[in-house]
Design a protein around this ligand. Structure first.
Ligand code: G4P
Length: 288
């Protein structure tokens, strides 16, 4: 099913993060609220070494709020970590971050020193959106491609915060099947890097188990089809994804499901829960 992997990239990322961290007071790690573990790169956690950190659960508007709450409690068990669920497009939500930075760095605030903040996260997690909302204007970013050598870009938010942005540093970890499959389902990785039908089938199974009511409502069903395949076929028929002879084009049906899932059309959905060990995404490993 999966996917793509960037071997030499981690070495470069390690070197860049190691170089910049001593000049940083606090790290903002932007995660996807729907999949906070799979959208993290564990390298950062290893290198951060108890430096204060805000784990921003972004795209919380697309996630299941009760699961997001559970994630906040879980993440805040980590040393020197505060977690915050936000929609990066919302000015009020983004405004909570500078407030929390000041609260976590009172000594530097009292000393009248600028707060040196590093913002990191995998591509597509919403970093640019968040930076733009916090800055109140569009900031050009380059480099979210592994082949491009980047250097940190410093942005003065003009509120005592100097934000170091590091485009292109962190990439998602794709060597675990459940994690990669969740990332694919969320839209975090390019369409050509995975098999939409396979990811659509696993997602259909996950949604049938975790969010049956939302599926019934979205696809106006009296009962859920018995298998993920039958569910995809039903969605395909409803959305006119047919090939000659009237058969369902499963690939297109899977793309419809994934598009509606990512766009929040089915409802607020989390693709990962704390301590999850037996969801459709975990079971997908066994069928690889
Ligand atoms: P990046 O810098 O980390 O790579 O991510 P970027 O900000 O470009 O955001 C990736 C996509 O996620 C964008 O959608 C953006 O609008 C969307 N996004 C970011 N934050 C949030 C959020 O909190 N909630 C929701 N619902 N969406 C969010 P796009 O379709 O790629 O671009 P656009 O058409 O919206 O500009």
């Amino acid at each position: 099913m999966i996917i793509d992997w960037y071997p030499g990239h981690m070495k470069k990322a390690r070197a860049q993060i190691t170089e910049i961290l001593p000049k940083i007071d606090l790290v903002i790690e932007v995660l996807d609220a729907r999949l906070p573990i799979s959208s993290a790169n564990p390298l950062l956690e290893r290198l951060r070494n108890n430096k204060p950190c805000i784990k921003v659960l972004n795209k919380a508007d697309l996630a299941d709020s009760s699961v997001t709450k559970a994630w906040i409690s879980k993440l805040e068990q980590q040393q020197a970590v505060k977690a915050l669920a936000i929609d990066a497009k919302d000015r009020r939500d983004a405004g909570l971050i500078p407030k929390l930075c000041r609260k976590m760095l009172t000594a530097r605030v009292k000393a009248g020193k600028p707060l040196r903040i590093l913002i990191v996260g995998i591509p597509n997690v919403g970093k640019s959106t968040l930076i733009n909302t916090m800055a109140g204007k569009k900031i050009a970013r380059v480099g979210d491609k592994p082949a491009i050598t980047t250097c940190p870009q410093q942005i003065d938010l003009r509120n005592g915060i100097l934000l170091s942005d590091t485009p292109g540093i962190l990439w998602p970890i794709l060597d675990s099947v459940p994690g990669a499959c969740r990332l694919a389902a969320s839209g975090a990785i390019g369409d050509d890097a995975y098999d939409s039908t396979a990811v659509g089938l696993v997602s259909a199974e996950y949604l049938s188990e975790r969010y049956p009511g939302l599926l019934l409502k979205r696809y106006k069903l009296d009962r859920l089809p018995d298998t993920p395949l039958l569910l995809l076929e039903e969605i395909g028929r409803q959305r006119g994804c047919l090939v000659s002879g009237g058969e369902v084009d499963l690939h297109r049906a899977a793309e419809v499901l994934l598009r509606e899932l990512r766009g929040g059309k089915i409802g607020p959905i989390s693709l990962e829960r704390p301590n999850e060990t037996n969801s459709a995404f975990e079971r997908a490993t066994e069928t690889q």
